[in-house]
Design a protein around this ligand. Structure first.
Ligand SMILES: NC(=O)C1=CN([C@@H]2O[C@H](COP(=O)(O)OP(=O)(O)OC[C@H]3O[C@@H](n4cnc5c(N)ncnc54)[C@H](O)[C@@H]3O)[C@@H](O)[C@H]2O)C=CC1
Ligand SMILES: C[N+](C)(C)CC(=O)CC(=O)[O-]
Length: 472
């Protein structure tokens, strides 16, 4: 699959990274001589961040190319994303040139606020595909325009881990930017009127409602704020505030040099000691941590990542053994020695055990029925270093599977084919109500014993070793 990116700035670079890291070839057209360097830096940040959301490897990266003319970049693409600056005359020049070269590709525009009827005045058929910065981490894309094209676009976006929100009716600035614009206006007034600095406004967001919004949004949050009496009570209590002077929303502060200097000066004082790339990495690490936390409950962006992960292809086999885990090693798994920390060898093996349990039928439904396996012993051999970005593959061999016992031998392979560790694991079947060991259901016992029979004659060098045993 090929995506073409026309305009490779902040947003085009983010789109390039999102497609590329999901296995698409990406062709870029941007006349800026610095575009290749800038996009390279965005992609480097994305490589460090996006795989860290997943417990499974994303597809192998696609091929990135840069082109001196728009038509070559766009030719043969299934998706073309226009991300030139927010100027309607410019978009009116660029979109017809894309349409002439694009065949039946979906043409998405990143516009923050123009409506499809405005964008397509020159007879083009682009839809609004409005993303959020950083495009490679935040899932939302607002889709506006022709219903059939939006439906087709939504399928493709889901395939690259995004959350398409189809906007029912075109409107200036779609949905999210109308909300952001309201907050932005109030914030500008608060600074202009000397009520708060840019830093104090940022604290008021990140210490409170910013955290709430990431997981429940506005309405669900306010429903809880109504207490047991719920939304009606909340509205009765705070409804009158709508006619009090709580906002200056319909007034626009005069956008003059004085306001720009005031805001930019305070922003420099707040964050000027960090480069934009440093700030991006800080933001990315925080966003990854938050989305990973949301994976547990499936709320918001965490649910999108979970669903996308479940749709990734099953990894198959390696050297006659089932691959039970594949993943790219995130930076957060590395330590002060510059390699993967010891704890994560076990984490990778634990994911492999979970997957193997599913393969023998001890899956989420089985656990919900009150039965599971508990680990009673692990032996890890650290054979080689593993680094951030390595593609880790875990294979699982069954050494024994009789009665209550499940005896597994995981091998952790680096992307270059080196065996980096083995993890030998003994588990016992357990009744989750009595919290005591028990025999597995017949179907699980049979599946386990079938795997054990298949693996019985395979070598398992390093199994059965104990700590301090001399090397042979
Ligand atoms: N920056 C943001 O937070 C967001 C921006 N957007 C939208 O994305 C679009 C792009 O915005 P940014 O990436 O922020 O702008 P930007 O200024 O960072 O990047 C625009 C890029 O377009 C290139 N360009 C200019 N004319 C071109 C042409 N004729 N053909 C190809 N490339 C051309 C420029 O060299 C530049 O690299 C705008 O429509 C904006 O509203 C959407 C979501 C968020
Ligand atoms: C400021 N903005 C209008 C360009 C913002 C967006 O369009 C979305 C975002 O990422 O905040």
């Amino acid at each position: 699959m090929k995506a073409a990116i026309v305009g490779g700035g902040v947003i085009g670079g983010g789109w390039a990274a999102r497609f590329l890291l999901n296995g698409w070839d990406v062709a870029v057209f941007d006349p800026d001589p610095q575009a290749e360097r800038k996009i390279g830096e965005v992609i480097a940040n994305a490589r460090r961040a996006l795989p860290a959301l997943y417990d499974r490897a994303l597809p192998p990266e696609g091929r990135l190319s840069f082109h001196a003319d728009l038509a070559t970049a766009v030719a043969g693409a299934q998706w073309v994303q226009e991300s030139v600056p927010e100027s309607l005359p410019l978009k009116h020049r660029v979109l017809p040139a894309i349409a002439a070269a694009a065949g039946d590709a979906i043409i998405g525009s990143s516009t923050s606020g123009f409506k499809p009827s405005e964008l397509n005045q020159a007879g083009t058929n682009a839809v609004v595909a409005h993303p959020f910065n950083p495009v490679y981490l935040l899932p939302l894309v607002e889709l506006v325009g022709d219903a059939a094209t939006c439906a087709r676009a939504a399928d493709i976006l889901r395939g690259i881990g995004m959350f398409p929100l189809i906007v029912r009716k075109e409107i200036d600035a779609h949905i999210a930017d109308r909300l952001l614009e309201a907050v932005w206006r109030e914030a500008l007034w608060l600074v202009k009127d000397g009520i708060a600095t840019t830093e104090e406004i940022d604290e008021s967001i990140r210490m409170a409602f910013g955290i709430r919004w990431a997981q429940m949004g506005l309405f669900e949050t306010y429903r809880i704020a109504g207490g047991e009496a719920g939304m009606k009570h909340f509205m009765a209590q705070f409804g009158p505030a709508l006619s009090w002077p709580w906002t200056k929303l319909m007034d626009v502060p005069e956008f003059n040099d004085e306001l720009v200097d005031l805001i930019a000066g305070q922003s420099d004082a707040q964050s000027g000691h960090l480069s934009i790339r440093d700030l991006e990495r800080l933001r990315d690490d925080n966003v990854v941590g938050m989305i990973r936390a949301l994976r547990r409950s499936g709320s918001g962006a965490g649910g999108v990542v979970r669903d996308h992960e479940a749709s990734l292809p099953e990894p198959g086999e390696k050297a006659g053994l089932p691959v039970t885990a594949t993943r790219q090693v995130p930076v957060t798994w590395t330590d002060y020695n510059g390699h993967m920390n010891e704890t994560h060898y076990l984490e990778a093996a634990s994911l492999a055990t979970d997957r193997f349990m599913e393969m023998v039928g001890a899956d989420a439904g089985y656990v919900a029925s009150g039965k599971s396996y508990f680990t009673v012993e692990n032996h890890i051999r650290y054979l080689d270093e593993i680094h951030a970005g390595d593609r880790l593959t875990v294979t699982t061999q069954v050494l024994g599977g009789q009665g209550k016992k499940m005896h597994l031998f995981h091998r952790l392979w680096r992307g270059d084919g080196t065996l980096a560790a083995t993890v030998e694991t003994m588990l016992l079947h357990t009744d989750l109500t009595a919290r005591r060991t028990s025999l597995p259901d017949a179907a699980v016992a049979q599946a386990l014993s079938d795997w054990a029979a298949r693996h019985r004659d395979m070598p398992a060098e390093g199994a059965g070793r104990f700590v301090g045993q001399p090397a042979t």
